[in-house]
Each structure stands twice: as C-alpha cells, then as structure tokens.
Ligand binder design. Sequence first.
Ligand code: THG
Length: 706
Amino acid sequence: MSSYLEAVHDRVIVFDGAMGTCIQSKGLNADDFGGPEFEGCNELLVVTRPDVIAEIHASYFEVGCDVVETDTFGANAVPLAEYGIADRAHELNLAAARLAKEVAAEFATPDRPRWVAGSIGPGTKFPSMGGIRFAELRDIYEVQARGLLEGGVDLFIIETQFDLLGLKAAVIGCRRAMRVLGREIPLQVQVTIETVGTMLPGTEIGAALAAIDPLRVDVVGLNCATGPAEMHEHLRYLSQHSRMPIAVLPNAGLPSVVDGAMHYDLTPEELADFHERFVTELGVQVIGGCCGTTPEHLRAVVERCATLTPASRSPQHEPGATSIYSFVPFHQDASFLIIGERTNANGSKKFREAMLEGDWDTCVAMARDQIKEGAHVLDVCVDYVGRDGTTDMDELARRLCTASTAPLVLDSTEPDVMEAGLQWLGGRAILNSANLEDGEGEGSRLDRVFKLAREYGAAVICLLIDEQGQARDVEWKMRVAHRIHDLAVNRYGLEPSDLIFDALTFPLSTGDDDLRRDGIATIEAIRRIKEELPGVFTTLGVSNVSFGLKPAARHVLNSVFLHECIAAGLDSAIVHAGRITPLNKIPDEQREVCLDLIWDRRRDGYDPLAKLLEIFADVQATTIEREDRSGWPVERRLSQRIIDGDRDGLEADLDEAMASGLTPLAIINDILLEGMKVVGDLFGSGEMQLPFVLQSAETMKAAVAY
Ligand code: THG
C-alpha cells in the first residue's frame, strides 16, 4: 500500500487550502503570466513564476499540512485551449509536479512525510450534455495524468467534479497513464454538491457514490461550491454508506460579493470547528480547504484536528445501479427490481420502427413512459440485423443519459455496442449480458464484457449458457453459474454483488414435451443461485415464458410465473411494467391453470396448456390508457404540456385555443408562462432536474414559434 493510504488509515490527514484564491491575493500582473493573452491562466505560473507557486506550497507545509496540491487544476487541453496552449498540457503538469515535490522534499523528514497530490479539475466542458465526447476527454486526462506521474506526484486528486461522466473519464484516463508508465498511485475522487443539494445536473449524493464505488478508487469526498455547513448531510450519507475513506475540502463558507470581488466569511476557528465534528462524529479521515481558505485557516485546522481519532464507522454498502440523477438499489424492499423491456428493437415493433426511421424522440418517449409505468431500470437493445449498432446506441444513449431518470441496462450481443452506451453514462449501468457461449478465452464475449464492467464500473447480467448451449436442467444451470461466478471474482476482480444471474426460461407455451418442465428448472435454479452464491442477484426475462400465446393470456401467465419466481428469491425481472398484474386481480381459474402449467401438473384428460388456450379463446387484452385529457379545457391541456415537456400534438391544441378567440399573446402570457412558472418552482425546489426543464423550454419555444 502507498505511504499516503497507510497514513489515511492511521490518522487524520490534512490537505492544503486554496490555490486559486491565494494566487489572486498576490496581485500578479500580465507579465507574471507571460503576457496579456495569458493573464488569468494560473497553470502557467509554474513556469513563469515558479517562485510564487513554491511559496504558496511552502506556506501550507509551514502550518503543518500533510499534502499540497499541484497548481494543475485546469492544466488539461480543454481549459488550456482557451489560451491557445492546449499542446502544453504535458509540460505544465510535469513542471507543476516537480515544483511541488521539490518543496515537499524541503519539509519532509523520515518520521513526517509530506505528499504531493496531482490536482485534476473538471475542465470547462460537460460530457453528459454533449459538450465533449467521453473518449476525447479520457485521452486528454491521460496526457495530464502522465505529466503528473512523470513529475512524481504521490496520488491523484480528481476534484470539483460536477459531471459523473467527466469524473469517469478522468479516473479511466489516470488508470491508462499509470498502466503506460508502470507506476500505480492512489486515486482520490471528490465531487461538488451545489447549494441546491445535488451536483450540477441534479445528481444526488447516493447516485454519485454508487457510480464511484465500482470504479474502485481509494478515497471519496466532497469539495468546493459551499462551506462545510452545507456539506453536512451529504457527508453523513457518505459516512453511513461509503466503503472508502472520506475526504472533505470545503470553501471558507458560501461566497458573497464584496466591492466587486468574491469574499469568504468563515474564520479559521470556524473551519476547524466543522472539521473537528466531521472527524469525531462522521469518521472523516482527510480534511483540508478549498476556495477562500488560507494558510491561517489550515493552521487552525492542523492545530485542532491533526491528532484527533476519527469516529469508527460501519458503512452499509448498497449494491445498485444509477442514472446521473438517482440511485436504484438492486434489492427492493417491498417489490422486485422492475427492468422495462419495451426499449428493445427486437421486443417492440413500435420501438424498432422509430429507431429505423431515426425518430429518437419516440424512442425516448417510450423510455419515459416505462418509468411512469413503474420501471426502475430500462433495458435498452438496438441490435438489428444490417444496422450499425454502435451508431444507434450512440444516438440513443446520448439522449437517454439525461432524458431518463432511470439507470440503463445495455442489452446487446456486441461488447462494442455496450461500450458505445457506456461512453454516455456517467452513472452505473448494467451490461446484458455475459455468457460462456464462446468459452472463456482472451477476446471471448465473457472476457470482453467483464473487462468493460471493471473499467467502467458496471454490473453484469450473466446468462446460464456455455459452450454446449443454454443450460436446460438444474444441475447444468448450476455448473454454469458457479463457473461464471468464479471467473468473475477470481480472474476479473468483480464482486459477487456486481453479478446478476439470469436462469433463463424457454417458452411454456409450445406444448413441446421436452420443455414442459423448464419453468420448474428455472425456479429451482433461482432458489439455488441465491443459496449457493451469496451476494449475487438474479433476474429473468419473464415474457419469454409466454411467447406465442395471445396477449391477454401472456399478461396473466407472465404475472403468475413472475410471482412464483419471486417466491423462489428472484430479485429483478425484465418485464413490460404496465402489464404486470397483481395476483389478487387475476381470477382464480386463470391463476390455477397458469400454476398447473408452470408446475407441469398434467393429469389424465387435463392439460393446463389446452385449458389456458380455451379460457382465453375470446378474451381481449385490456390496455392501459394514457391519462385521458380530452375533457380538460384547452388552457389546462396547454399549460400541462409545458410542464411535461410534451410536444406531441401541441400545434392542434394551439389551433384550438386560437379558434376559441384567444390571441397568441394571451396564450403565451396567461397559459404557457403559467406552465413555465410551475416548472421554475419545481426546479427551484429540486423536484425537477435540469434536462426536463430544458424539455419544457423546448416545448415553450416550439409553441411561441408556432
Ligand atoms: N434475459 C436477458 N435479457 C433479455 C431477455 C432475457 N433481453 C431481451 C428479452 N429476453 C427480454 N425483453 C423482451 C422484450 C419484449 C418481449 C419479450 C422480451 C415481448 N414483446 C412483445 C412481443 O414480441 O410479442 C411485444 C411486441 C410489440 O409490442 O411489438 O414479448 O430473457 N438477460
């Protein structure tokens, strides 16, 4: 283990305070930056005024800080390009790291080491919003990380991250740099929670933790945006749930503007008060300061906190998936994890046709409808013969990464298609699926999917298929399950809770004698997987069981089969959420016949399958209607459209309003703007996230244009 991580486990570690606001207080001029065109580019100072930066580092070591951060927060090609010096990223990181290491060497003694953290900021582009592509950003971070590593930094601090996708690009970029240079150092990752209580796109702390945990970084934490008071609740969450040590580097309070300049009010003693509580009550192990904190702040923090003993924690790690908004645990207390099946080019004609036409709005609307119907997670499959799946996945995932509040299951036979999706998802996705169809060698499907899962921090659905095909009986299913589990854990370093086993079922609807007992084998396998492989989860594509039957019979058989599987321990299922019927709503006769079919209770003169077909001979499927708004006054329909961001049919409603005598201006001012006001309130109170506000704004724009 690195000496830094050993120290983190032994005692409280104190980082330095602000770099940026300290530089500002030095009153530097254009010449100090190397010319007026470079003024404000703090990262250049490591070559133009290394004395100033060295002095700041020294001022923090002098007051007793253990770690200083390099002056490289914005030293990657994206922010540097704003000064026309993107090509100097490597040079500046190398110089900054060497400079900080020289200062650290002056202070370090054999029993008092001092460390240098290579600072990696978020840059100025937002990959989740399409401002820059994941792969480009990852490669840019790799260059920065190589410079820092070559300059000798002791750890990376990926900080002030407001977009989980950018954070992931930074982590993967650092890992690639470490692999190339053959030197492993710890990764400390810190996100920024705004005063509204989420990260900038609306990311909750639980979502951030669930995305970061499977990246297997060494320390997780918070910095910037607010003072320590506003961080308390988020730190409490980390304290209760994070398996990693926790870092907190707050600003010196919320900034205010005094005489046209940012001003931070928190005094050194106040900062020390907060840190003392964070350490002794929440078990925080790494502390320091961000904007507005000075050596005087850190002196007080060191004096008060350096010798404290952090409270001991017993964090409850919860396995799950996450969108960039909120966390969904795999284990659902009162339900099963509902995976929506409709966003599938093979499983829905409507979805397939929309995809083939490039009608992505319809694809996205189908995703959102499933969430309204109760899906917790969405299965997304674009596989279609003759299409380039990576392009289709790219188009779809770039939209769903912000438009879907639910996390995604990337369903494809092609690992490249999965990766095209992963490159848009800042949260934690599930890969569907790995199996042993083509063995376990290098480059096999299982090998590629498990490597993607490790690199991007995804979970994996594992199908019980081996070189001989889909496992039919229980013993075969269990052999495959154990084999995949052992490979995942021992060879790929995945954890049991990263794995979701799919025991697979053949249709019970064919009448084929060979398949009659397949439902039983599936249920028994679910029970044994939960028993023999502790920590793993289970899932099932339930609708497969009823292929070929008419819709009404399918809904009932699917619902009854799902119920039997859940009773055996099934954690999740891929279903049409709106079509699952609770058992008590299914008439007894239908339920009994489905149970007889599932458990293969044929008797002389009684075949449950024949009986099922007979019962449903003239039953039509009931469809669940969308809320009927036709009775609403047109004013109410229009303002609701703005709130929902629903453009489908907008023009007809506008025509109707104008025909009723309302002027366009009155419609805008009295109806549409009322809707926007509601949107504003929902956003302000945190109930609506930014991308949905944008949808509403787009609808508003379309209405005004019309
Ligand atoms: N296990 C795992 N993944 C899977 C499956 C599985 N992914 C795909 C599939 N099986 C689960 N998804 C579906 C999606 C739709 C249907 C069945 C399974 C379905 N669709 C209707 C039909 O085809 O009749 C609706 C058609 C329409 O609306 O056009 O039944 O087992 N891991």
